[in-house]
Design a protein around this ligand. Structure first.
Ligand SMILES: [Ca+2]
Ligand SMILES: [Ca+2]
Length: 507
């Protein structure tokens, strides 16, 4: 805003002279550009990463420089939560939690005032071993008539815009050190939900109006993922994409039939895919990465089993099965990571680790996981890892924040503050630069016109120029920290910090 005011003063100060004429000409050119050259501004931001889940907006007029009091049109207190705000028309929806409740809030876009809030009982306990985890991590989605919210401690619910409950589905909670991360998404009268858990995984499709389950695609994989599914409007048709446990799969929207699969990818994955019509990009880095055979090595070290190089279920039983019942109880194990992770290995929840569970742990498919980013060509059928992977990169991968595509370039932020720009078509590095701001990057970068907005957990909303040259144009400070991907509507940015929601717009 400062810049445009400055421009106005420079030109208007000269009355109706040549500069004034040049100014009017500039206004005409820029207006024409926005009418004929670019898509219109974003009005609704209906789900995680906005329209089509692409994190792209052509909105103009959002200030580049702001903080918790500058260029703030309003701010309101919100309960804690890592989920993003979503916007439809004049309403903002956001989820949160406190000690006793899970919350869905509807706020007026005009001033942030509370229209209504609904709470959900915590139907079950969810585990949070990681301090950065939170019971309100999934972002809600809206189809313009209803809002759909999802909590790992409760399930999926649909409310109308007045706050009336339309339907709800409760799901059993599953053990996971990070709680629930995947957000529901809406598309043409349906709601899709990916539930990849350690015990049972599936991709669900519900009728948005009635909540009827239209189909469920089983995902016979054995580990949790936190990735949000993605609707790929590809030149080979529209497909539902889900990533998890070392795979990336395409499903048809009508029946949930698996169309294709790419393997040899990361496990326990957080980022979501993104795409252009002919290229799908997915990948990331995870601490839980397990090299083949390294599970045995880790356990030998963890359980102090000396010089051996291999480990089998039989070995574990002969070491620790004190009561000779051919299973391991928790109290038979020494203090170790395995003991801490006992219930994650106890897949059948018997309270004992049976030989099959021990073998599963030592040989799980997840052992094939690999930290990598890949680009996959559209049009594949069946197993297409070799045939349709166009490029891959293993450098500077993102941990939580999903990658962003803008004008043929791919951007992502690595934990610790390294920002990468790659050519989308080739995977060739354009630049890899330090943001000079360490820590985690949980919020996804979003495009707003010719800029990229990137929220850092330490509490800075970075604004970068998009394009082949690395340039940070603003560092906007929000000391509370930023976990949530912001939302855009018209010339306003909705930014959530730990305890507040800010409406950023020109003063
Ligand atoms: Ca035993
Ligand atoms: Ca068991």
């Amino acid at each position: 805003m400062k810049k445009s005011l400055l421009t106005w003063h420079l030109f208007s100060g000269n009355g109706f002279g040549a500069n004034r004429a040049r100014y009017l000409l500039a206004v005409f050119i820029f207006s024409a550009g926005s009418v004929f050259g670019q898509p219109s501004e974003t009005t609704n931001w209906p789900m995680f990463r906005g329209p089509q889940g692409l994190a792209q907006s052509q909105s103009v007029g959002i200030p580049l420089e702001f903080d918790d009091h500058t260029n703030v049109q309003w701010k309101v207190d919100t309960p804690p939560g890592h989920s993003s705000p979503v916007v439809w028309g004049e309403t903002i929806f956001i989820t949160g939690y406190d000690d006793d409740h899970l919350w869905l809030l509807a706020l007026a876009k005009a001033d942030g005032s509370l229209l209504w809030k609904r709470d959900f009982p915590k139907a079950q306990d969810e585990d949070f071993e990681h301090l950065d985890s939170c019971p309100a991590a999934p972002t809600c989605c809206t189809d313009g008539e209803r809002v759909f919210s999802y909590f790992g401690r409760f399930g999926l619910s649909a409310h109308d815009f007045k706050g009336n409950l339309i339907w709800e589905k409760q799901f059993p909670s599953d053990p996971s050190a990070f709680g629930t991360g995947s957000s529901p998404i809406c598309h043409q009268g349906k709601v899709y939900l990916q539930r990849d858990t350690d015990s049972f995984s599936g991709l669900f499709c519900f009728d948005a109006e009635t909540g009827r389950e239209l189909w469920m695609a089983p995902r016979p994989i054995v580990t949790t993922s936190y990735s949000t599914p993605f609707i790929w409007e590809s030149d080979a048709g529209t497909q539902l994409i889900a990533a998890g446990c070392g795979t990336l799969k395409g499903y048809d929207l009508d029946e949930g039939k698996e169309l294709w699969s790419v393997g040899n990818l990361p496990i326990f994955i957080c980022p979501s895919p993104t795409a252009t019509e002919d290229l799908l990009v997915f990948g990331g880095w995870t601490t839980a990465h397990i090299e083949k055979d390294s599970m045995s090595k880790n356990l030998i070290e963890d359980l102090k089993l000396g010089e051996r190089t291999e480990l089998t279920a039989k070995d574990l039983l002969s070491e620790f099965d004190e009561n000779g019942d051919a299973t391991l109880a928790k109290n038979e194990l020494p203090e170790s990571r395995l003991k801490d992770a006992f219930r994650y290995v106890d897949g059948n929840r018997s309270g004992l680790l049976e030989a099959a569970e021990l073998t599963g742990m030592l040989t799980r498919d997840a052992a094939k996981g690999r930290n990598v980013m890949v680009a996959v060509r559209s049009g594949g059928k069946g197993e297409i890892t070799e045939s349709h992977t166009v490029w891959e990169s293993q450098r500077m991968l993102p941990y939580v924040a999903s990658p962003l595509i803008v004008d043929g370039l791919l951007y992502y932020a690595k934990k610790g503050g390294i920002f990468s720009c790659l050519e989308l078509k080739t995977g060739k590095t354009v630049y890899q630069k330090r943001l000079k701001l360490g820590g985690e990057y949980y919020a996804c970068p979003i495009q707003i016109g010719s800029h990229i907005f990137l929220g850092a957990e330490r509490g800075t909303m970075l604004v970068l120029k998009s394009g082949r040259e690395f340039e940070i144009v603003a560092r906007n400070e929000f000391p509370e920290g930023i976990y949530a991907t912001p939302a855009v509507s018209k010339n306003q940015l909705f930014l959530r910090t730990q305890s507040q929601l800010f409406c950023i717009g020109a003063d």
